[in-house]
Design a protein around this ligand. Sequence first.
Ligand code: SF4
Ligand code: SF4
Length: 219
Amino acid sequence: MRQESIDITDDAVGIVCPVYAVEMPMMVRDFIARANIKTDYLFFIYTYGMGYAEAFAHAKKATDAAGTKIHYIHAIQMVDNYLPVFEMQNQIDTLPSKNVESQIDRVCRDIAERKQIDIPITEHTEAEIQNIPLCLPFPFCEKIRLEIILCTRCGICAKVCPANNITVTDRVYFADRCEVCYACLHNCPQNALHHPSEQSAVRFRNEHVTLKDIITANQ
Ligand code: SF4
Ligand code: SF4
């Protein structure tokens, strides 16, 4: 994501990202526009909590515009970490019934078999896309409240931020590149970051992903 030029050539290439505001995150859209992907099989996997509306169509339109064809697309239902709407303990409690592992197994089988899926773009789809504006930056960070008493200035929030939007010096500072991913809120070891509309102070990180994994991925 942070390379100036992105050239990827392989027999299969996959893009895996969460659904944000019923489409892909801005930085993924930017990646697709900048990447030069050469492959016989491009798969696109979304993760989502509540729904994914026309996210498949957004993926197809973005890759078409970049001159790349998606051969397979799927969405895996996990939890929704949008704290102003979803209470995280309730979301965590839904996980057993969602059978995430079996959803992933199915996708892995499909990809191993090089299954192909068409993504039809109908008039209805186009209308829906026009009705919902693209995921645009908004001053989410201005709303994040820092509990200064709890903050140890450990810098973890800055390290997990995929947008390089946080600086920690004498306190925590946010710039204006927030992607609204909530990684900083969910991974602060002191639970010192809060959103004024959050449903509770419960936080979530996928049990298969360590803090180190996220920090390493951002480097
Ligand atoms: S992760 Fe939490 S405790 Fe560490 S610097 Fe950021 S806000 Fe402070
Ligand atoms: S980690 Fe926090 S500041 Fe960075 S993009 Fe995500 S929500 Fe915004």
